[in-house]
Design a protein around this ligand. Structure first.
Ligand code: HEC
Length: 157
């Protein structure tokens, strides 16, 4: 019986861990964005509304609607060659891909391009995976799909 119980507990702990690994908290992500990303990035929608960060920050590209977008394609931003190459080779940002990118952009690009000389122009790393997931959840919450859902909710109220 004892063995059975331990196994059952293990299974519960395992499924909980798997679940926990996917849940990003957009509110925690908002404050992490403020402290870690907004020195270089902002989030500005097509109408020009500043959804996060400050208006005139141009060190990094605008992160509006970045999930689901090909890497390295914001008009007028001077990306590094490796990120552009990864985008042209088919890199479209997903929530899952962005986690290792944020933890280590150079290694991510080296692996994506299978080129150990690939380099990222982003000289910043998020220290832990949970924070990366929170920030990604925050970016998703500012994307147009999320805004549309809010509009629909408002329209039916
Ligand atoms: C020190 C400045 C700096 C900081 C801090 C920084 N970034 Fe960046 N980021 C950049 C630069 C520069 C690029 C362009 C990278 C390249 O061209 O290789 C970039 C690129 C990106 C991209 C790819 C965008 C695209 O259009 O493909 C994402 C996503 C991103 N950053 C997210 C973040 C997030 C989230 C944070 C906060 C945790 C952050 N960055 C912090 C400078 C920064």
């Amino acid at each position: 019986m004892k063995i059975l119980n331990t196994t059952a507990l293990g299974a519960i702990a395992f499924s909980f861990a798997a679940f926990a690994a996917h849940a990003g908290d957009p509110e925690a992500g908002a404050s992490a964005f403020t402290s870690q990303c907004q020195n270089c990035h902002n989030v500005i929608n097509e109408a020009g509304d500043v959804l996060a960060g400050r208006p005139n920050v141009r060190t990094g590209p605008n992160l509006y609607s970045v999930i689901g977008r090909q890497a390295g394609i914001i008009d007028g931003f001077r990306y590094g060659a490796s990120l552009v190459e990864a985008g042209e080779a088919g890199l479209v940002w997903t929530e899952e891909d962005m986690v290792p990118y944020l933890l280590d952009p150079n290694t991510y690009l080296r692996e994506a391009l299978d080129d150990r000389r690939a380099r990222s122009q982003m000289s910043f790393r998020v220290r832990d995976e949970d924070t990366a997931r929170d920030i990604i959840a925050f970016l998703v919450s500012l994307a147009p799909e999320a805004e549309d859902e809010e509009d629909e909710a408002a329209a039916t109220n």
